[in-house]
Design a protein around this ligand. Sequence first.
Ligand code: SAM
Ligand code: SF4
Length: 337
Amino acid sequence: MMTSLPQSAQPLVDPQGRTIRYLRISVTDRCDLRCRYCMAEQMTFLPRAALLSLDEIAIIAERFIARGVTKIRLSGGEPLVRRDVGDLVRRLGRHVGTGLDELTMTTNATRLESYAGAMVDAGIRRINVSLDSLDADRFRYITRHGDLDQVLRGIAAARAAGLAVKINMVALAGLNEDEIPAMLRWCVDEGHDLSLIETMPLGAIDEDRTDRFVPLTRVLADLQTQFALARDSHRTGGPARYWRVGDSKTRLGLISPLTANFCDGCNRVRLTTEGKLYLCLGHDDQVDLKAALRDGGIEGLDVAIDIGLSRKPARHDFRIASGAAPAVARHMSVTGG
Ligand code: SAM
Ligand code: SF4
């Protein structure tokens, strides 16, 4: 597709006065794992014809950069299962230092071993890796068939290539809650950061999330009896609150969308692999950027982005209630975690 990029455009400010600087892109809704809190065992994925092409993803991302976005995270589904993701990383990596402050990725690390070097070459400096257990059997159970060794090799390759790693761990009652202190200790030993996440009511799965929900207030109280945790002022405009762990390099983040609302400082929007722009993880409202770009080029894209922004909700409304339907029907893998 040939599309010229106008150089200047209005910055992205929503009706609440929040400036949007962070774009998350789900490059595929597919995944090679089936984490129980994220997906059902049998999933219906989008037909390939419905997806944005790599060129379209890059054009939309570049438009957001021209309009003031300084951070892009590639996610999914599993971003590294999309065959042309390396080309996208290289293309967007060209903007790092000239518009983009940071290009990053969230991955399950099953294919990280073969991608880590290329990611560093493209300008990626930090990644998030999902790892919900360090016990091979538990890991296989939670992911339905994941191989812990493969993931640990991916993480080791990332570190060897020079990437900083933040581990994402979803706290799950009866599955890994008892392992959280050991995970934090491992992260301290390995020099990783750790973010603990409350399970969110996104998309239908095969079990009731209520049974697995762990309030991070409880986890924090427990960790404080075992570690010297000092509040850290680091903020990302996102849901995490941070702590320093003793005199280590490790930063502990708690992502508590259920027990702490964080929407006032929200600086992000999300693009799905189908080209829909979601203004909030917890709402269904979206605009179709794929149609806008295909029908109206960059001007059409700008109009659609502005319409979307004017509808960005003030806050999400997540609740975990026994037997209740998920807050939104789409899975995290559609919008990109
Ligand atoms: N496949 C990649 C991975 O797992 O890192 C990227 C996509 S995944 C959807 C991104 C993050 O969302 C992961 O850290 C995952 O644990 C988290 N996640 C998925 N479903 C969730 C849910 N319902 N509640 C909370 N976190 C969730
Ligand atoms: Fe796949 Fe990531 Fe969802 Fe697990 S959390 S099923 S790895 S998209």
